[in-house]
Design a protein around this ligand. Structure first.
Ligand SMILES: Cc1cc2nc3c(=O)[nH]c(=O)nc-3n(C[C@H](O)[C@H](O)[C@H](O)COP(=O)(O)OP(=O)(O)OC[C@H]3O[C@@H](n4cnc5c(N)ncnc54)[C@H](O)[C@@H]3O)c2cc1C
Length: 381
């Protein structure tokens, strides 16, 4: 077993950290208050190659393997203070790009993956509906075969990028009587007749990521926009969920590293009772626990990603990594606030925002409860 990164991987991460620290905007406090996504930063990321890190060169990407790309995204989390931006970048890769890579047609890959890499197009992934979240396969959106394609009708909910996406991978059923085997995936472009999205919806955290709803009313989708085979939707979802669970929090590792460094620095310099607060065991133990969570999260994440990269089963490991990574970010964000005392509670110090951004972690990509069900099932329960 080898726990070290190669010099090339270290250099890639370092270059991403430098890019994020020097090129990305620093007005996150204000944009967080205004719920504002930064298209400029998105474009800068595309020009640097972030959207294409794990997309093969033949489709305009950088061609890195999953682990290397995740390590680079860890660096993005360390260098970039906009957690909404890093979440959205990870989300687009694990759900949209990876699905197209795995099951898209050659024409779909050439058109949409290339456009994702250049930043020309943003893709969204539409499974959740008002009536179906954890029980994803009970979705109600329908597809009907018509001349030259399909007509889609339905309402999708809580979608990352719905308000701005140029295209959406929509899960819909062609045959409700077949249950999950009736579900297929359709690529729907904005501008199609009957395609409508809402404005960005206010939410607790990740406020710089646009999230909203999608309405499809007799929306025509040409036959060539079917993604994968008819009836393969459930299988496509299950495959993408494994990668999503293991990879969507890749940048959060770097965020937790930065958060810990800032908290240690504060504990070394802030004095009370004539000594640095870090000399009080109550404070130093919080920092020790933050470090322990970060290291365990990293190891669980790398194991799951390595298994996926090797083509080995990873359902259990991906769920364990996701539960631990998402829940430990909440715990560490709360600890970081406590170390900073009242200053940690103030928006301007940029400490409290992490906690708000962390709370979505155990919800998106399947709640921690659902992931624990997967772990239990893998234990034979
Ligand atoms: C920031 C964010 C981004 C998102 N982006 C997307 C996106 O891009 N595309 C998309 O399709 N969706 C997206 N979602 C939706 C997300 O996938 C769902 O919110 C999630 O799957 C949970 O579904 P739900 O909200 O309907 O909750 P429900 O399924 O209604 O669950 C409510 C509660 O019941 C519990 N529960 C339900 N069933 C069980 C069970 N069998 N065992 C134990 N507990 C159970 C849950 O754990 C939860 O605590 C996003 C959500 C968030 C917060």
């Amino acid at each position: 077993m080898n726990f070290s990164w190669t010099p090339e991987q270290e250099n890639l991460r370092a270059s991403v950290v430098e890019f994020a620290q020097t090129q990305l905007s620093h007005d996150v406090v204000e944009r967080d208050l205004r719920l504002e996504f930064s298209p400029d930063d998105w474009q800068k990321c595309a020009e640097f190659g972030i959207q294409g890190l794990a997309i093969p060169k033949e489709y305009g990407g950088q061609g890195h393997d999953l682990l290397t790309a995740s390590y680079a995204m860890d660096g993005l989390g360390y260098g970039c203070r906009d957690n909404g931006l890093t979440f959205a970048l990870n989300s687009e890769y694990v759900s949209v790009s990876k699905t197209l890579l795995d099951v898209g047609s050659e024409a779909q890959k050439q058109k949409y993956l290339r456009a994702i890499c250049t930043g020309e197009m943003i893709g969204a992934y539409a499974m959740t509906e008002p009536g179906s979240g954890s029980d994803a396969f009970s979705l109600k959106t329908t597809a009907k075969e018509v001349d030259g394609g399909y007509l889609l009708n339905g309402h999708k909910f809580l979608l990352t990028f719905a308000p701005v996406a140029d295209f959406v991978l929509v899960f819909a059923t062609l045959n409700p009587e077949y249950g999950q085997w009736g579900i297929s995936v359709f690529l729907v472009e904005r501008g199609a007749k009957g395609f409508r999205t809402t404005e960005t919806q206010p939410k607790m955290g990740l406020r710089t990521t646009p999230i909203g709803e999608l309405f499809l009313e007799d929306c025509f989708v040409p036959a060539e926009n079917l993604v994968g085979e008819e009836g393969a939707g459930a299988a496509i979802f299950n495959i993408s969920q494994e990668v999503e669970r293991a990879g969507i929090l890749a940048s959060q590792l770097g965020i937790m590293e930065y958060q810990l460094e800032k908290a240690v620095e504060y504990a070394r310099t802030r004095e009370q009772f004539g000594q640095p607060i870090g000399s009080f065991q109550a404070v130093s133990h919080r920092l020790a626990e933050m470090k322990m969570r970060l290291d365990v999260a990293r190891l669980l994440s790398y194991r799951a990603l390595w298994l996926i990269q090797e083509g080995k089963p990873a359902a259990l490991e991906a769920s364990l990594a996701n539960i631990y990574m998402s829940e430990s970010f909440i715990d560490s964000s709360l600890d970081a606030i406590m170390v900073h005392g009242g200053r940690g509670y103030l928006t301007a110090t940029e400490v409290e925002r992490d906690l708000r951004d962390a709370v979505g972690g155990p919800v998106y990509g399947g709640t921690s409860d659902i992931q624990k069900n997967i772990v239990a099932k893998n234990l034979g329960l």
